[in-house]
Design a protein around this ligand. Sequence first.
Ligand code: SF4
Ligand code: SF4
Length: 227
Amino acid sequence: MYYRQMRRAQGDPPDAETILPRQDAERIAEVLHALAAPNRLRILARLSRSPCCVADITSAVGMEQSAVSHHLRALRHAQIVSAHKRGRRVFYVLRNDQIRTLLNTMTAQEWVSAPARHTLSRRSLTVTYIIAEPCIDVKDKSCIDVCPVDCIHEYDRMLVIDPEECIDCGACEPECPVEAIYPEDALPDKWEPFVKINYAYPDVDLINNLVDQYATEHDVQNTPPAA
Ligand code: SF4
Ligand code: SF4
């Protein structure tokens, strides 16, 4: 009786396909199924900090390498993780920031222990990396080789990071011989103009003009480090 009254008050129920199409529901269920194992969540928690190889994951989670490889295969199959070859090593990386967001949401719950909450939530979800003044006219490209998602791009006088694609892994930062790369929230104030320059990606003319203008105004005279 109550149900019939409610239906009359609300009109016809919405078509189930307009709530969540079946194929989308199936895809979400597939992802949740792939995530629903404690060891996979631990592997993803390690990958949410930075891309790494099987050996790094094995030592971080304290599992057998064969077991880690098995879980990584399942996570790749579900398109949650991707693999990138660097030299002779294969690095694994979260395919997108939504998985990191999901992990952070789940680990922020009160039923998760306080140390885990702190560890997993301390990284900002919105930070990206910025290339700043020391790269101008240096461009040795050490950073490009280590970027797992190929989001560092070359322009006339410097390189910039595509802020949409950067997954905040931090792999490029220690590779730069002139300390030109910073997380956006740690960029020295004097290099604030480089936020605009990196965010101008992919506009070639705008980036080149902004860099020229900055270099002239600040009399930039960088020289590449000795080989
Ligand atoms: S630009 Fe740097 S921080 Fe961003 S994804 Fe590439 S290597 Fe990682
Ligand atoms: S490693 Fe540093 S100096 Fe070299 S291209 Fe990358 S940002 Fe520029």
